[in-house]
Every structure is written in C-alpha cells, then in structure tokens.
Design a binder for this molecule. Structure first.
Ligand SMILES: *Cc1c(COP(=O)(O)O)cnc(C)c1O
Length: 411
C-alpha cells in the first residue's frame, strides 16, 4: 500500500478509517511458519487483536487456527468457517458455564486456575483440556501487557504442580496440552527459552500430551530502527530444544503459538483528517477527526504510533502535538516531527492493525470507523462506518411527564 493508495482509500470511504494490507498479514504468517521447522507447527491467531470476520477468513484460508478469550470470539471464528478443532479458548476469570458452552461448541479448552479445573474435570472428565502454566518469567517491559510475573493473575503457578496433579488424578481428566503466555514484547530470546525449559519440565508430568503452546508476545517494530523479536533466531533455538524434548518424551508433539500483534500490527494503517491547526504559545496542535474512542493505545499503554502526513509528504518537517476531538485530554503524539500539516490533510498512523479497532468505542457518541482490506491493489470494504441507528438500536427509551407535584413516567 503506497501513500497514494491510502489517500485514495480515505477519499473513497471517508475518515477516519482503518486499512489493512492483506499481503503484509500473509508475509508475516509465512515468515513465522518458516522459522520453526518442527514436525507439526500450529499457529493460532489471537482474535482479540483484530476480530473482523474477513480477517478471520483470511487466517483460516492460510491454514491458521484461532486463539480466543471469550465465547463470542469462538462464535465469530465459527461464523468465519473455522473448524472448532482449530480454535483454542484461553479465557481468564470467566464462569464455568461459559467454559462448558465453548466445550459444547467443540473448541479446545485451556484452563488457567485450579478451582475451575477441578469443577470442569469432575463434570466432564472425558473432555481433554490444556493447562495454562505461569512459569513466573518476566518477558518484556510493559507491566500492563506482561502476564508471566509472580503476582500476575494469569495461569496456574508452576509451584502448584502437586495440587494440579492431584486434581487431574482425582477427576480422571485428560490433559492434552500445556500452555504458557509470558506476555507481550519478547525482546530477550534468552528469557523466552528459559521459560520454555520450565514448560518442558512441567510437561513431563503428563502422559497424554498432543501439543505444547508457547503463547505469544513477539515484538514488532514501532519506529524505524526498532528492535523486534528475531523470529529466525528464536525459531532455530526453540526448534532444537523442542526436538530434544520430544525425544525424551517419546512422541512427536505439535508446537503451538498464538500471535496477535505479530500477524496484524504492521499491516494496519489508521487514517484521520486534520480538522484544525491551533498555534498556542507553547506548541502547534493538529486536531484530527478522531480520538481515543477509535485508537486508545497511546493513552492507555503509552504506545508509539508513527504518524505521516500523506497529503503533504515532501514538505519541510515541523513539530506538532497531534490531538483528538474527545472532550478529555487525548494526545496521540507530543512534539512529533511531521511534514507540514495543513487543515484538511490526511494523517496515517502506523501499527494500527492490532488492538486498535478491536478496542474502539462509541465514547462521545461517535460512530466507530469503517474497515478496509487492501488486497492485490484493490480496496475492499469489510466493515461499514456506524450510523446513528447503531447508537440508538439497543436503547429502551423511558419518557417522563412533569405534573404539578411530581415527575411521572409516560406510558
Ligand atoms: C493476547 C493473547 C495473545 C496474543 O498476544 P500478542 O502480544 O498480540 O501476540 C496470545 N495468547 C493469549 C492467551 C493472549 O491472551
């Protein structure tokens, strides 16, 4: 997708709009699958990153399974035609009822606490389940997205293995997989490999395993020159360790990953129009036709998104604070060097594929944006911009009448 292509998309579908490059998703998938030369590799795309059904269908056609965290995501996957056997369900803190509902739909259940494990195992000993282990290894620097540390709410502590084994034995349940997800932004392959050793140790306690799931957290570049997870190096080193483990275990297992960000982050661009340029005594604000209702990551995680002025790309760069139209402070970028911005220009945000649209809301009663999939030189609308009816559809309206004494409900 060139800047000209993006401008044409903003022209055709209006702004703000999300655009995803299908070819970039496909090349990321291929890069990942080529890095791990094991007997059986299973990639399960983490639906929560970007859950548009057309994206799920694209993943399915590539042979990619899904990783889901809610029954609704499972149902979106089924809607997209994904076979339930290729859907892993890895919830945290959900009810036993929801887990049973997903089990009925045929997805692979992954359980991350002993209480539910015991209840589910007693009621459905015949349904094989995977167990999410917390190896207590901290990967990555962002505490909001790091989930492997000691006081994390995720996973069953590796130190609770004796208790876990007692539950498995007492219920007679079948454990077919062991899982870990150390959180986002793996920079240090060494830390990841260390966690994998802990997972291998844990796996030796179970005789009926079919797969080992190493979760995700692959880092993608956000700025030019950013370090990213060296997938090829990780692939070579983990493959070696995995092969060795399978030999000791006595059987070939499937190696599983659940990337979200890695597959879709860089494929996405978010396009917004500049409504107003406001020069103050301290800075120049570029006010755009969106806010944290459509892209919350900069405010929520402090994430960096590169911003380019695609309407005036070769002009001299100046410093801007790019802000939204929400009636609260919503700063996308402070003091950012961007080629000269004029009112009406279209700005393009990078890394807008993962956790962007899927976190969008209707705050300030704005419509959620349209989504476009760019494939082989053409733009395809995959979600319409919302309309006023979407804001009112589920509201049950009460009406009031004021009388002399009181306010009464109008029937
Ligand atoms: C969110 C999540 C992922 C995906 O993480 P990314 O950082 O987007 O790759 C994978 N597995 C589980 C269990 C998750 O909750």
């Amino acid at each position: 997708m060139t800047q000209k292509d993006l401008l044409a998309v903003a022209e055709e579908f209006g702004s703000p709009v999300y655009v995803y490059d299908a070819e970039k998703i496909i090349s990321q998938y291929k890069r990942l699958t080529s890095a791990f030369k094991v007997n059986e590799l299973r990639i399960h795309y983490a639906v929560k990153a970007l859950s548009n059904i057309s994206i799920l269908k694209l993943m399915n056609s590539l042979g990619c399974g899904l990783d889901t965290v809610s029954v609704q995501e499972v149902r979106l996957g089924l809607e997209a035609g994904v076979d339930p056997s290729k859907i892993i369900y890895t919830p945290n803190g959900v009810s036993l009822e929801e887990i049973e509902e997903v089990a009925k739909l045929g997805a692979q259940i992954n359980i991350d606490n002993l209480s539910i494990l015991e209840q589910f195992g007693s009621r459905h000993p015949e349904t094989p389940v995977c167990i999410r282990i917390n190896p207590h290894v901290m990967a990555g620097g962002n505490s909001k997205i790091s989930v492997g540390h000691i006081d994390s709410k995720f996973g069953i502590s590796i130190h609770q293995m004796p208790h876990l084994l007692r539950i498995v034995e007492n219920t007679g349940m079948h454990i077919n997989g062991i899982h870990m997800h150390t959180g986002s932004d793996i920079l240090d392959i060494g830390v990841f490999l260390h966690a994998s050793e802990i997972l291998f140790e844990a796996a030796k306690n179970f005789k009926e395993l079919e797969f080992l799931d190493f979760g995700s957290g692959f880092k993608v570049p956000y700025r030019e020159g950013d370090i990213e997870t060296d997938i090829e190096d990780l692939g070579a080193q983990l493959t070696k360790k995995f092969d060795k483990f399978c030999k000791e275990y006595g059987r070939e297992l499937a190696l599983t990953f659940e990337p979200g960000k890695y597959l879709v982050s860089e494929a996405g661009k978010f396009l917004a129009k500049v409504n107003v340029i406001k020069q103050t005594t301290s800075t120049v604000f570029a006010g755009i036709d969106t806010g944290f209702n459509h892209l919350i990551r900069p405010m929520f995680y402090g994430s960096h998104h590169d911003i380019k002025n695609i309407s005036n790309p070769s002009a001299k760069a100046r410093f801007y604070s790019v802000v939204g139209y929400i009636c609260e402070t919503d700063t996308f970028a402070s003091n950012r060097r961007i080629s000269e911005i004029r009112e009406g220009d279209i700005l393009s945000f990078s890394n807008a594929g993962a956790y962007c649209f899927s976190m969008a809301s209707n705050f300030n009663s704005r419509y959620r944006p349209a989504e476009v999939l760019w494939y082989k030189g053409k733009a395809h609308l995959i979600r319409e911009r919302e309309s006023f009816e979407d804001l009112t559809r589920h509201q049950v309206v009460m009406d009031f009448k004021s009388t002399e004494k009181d306010l009464v409900i109008k029937e």
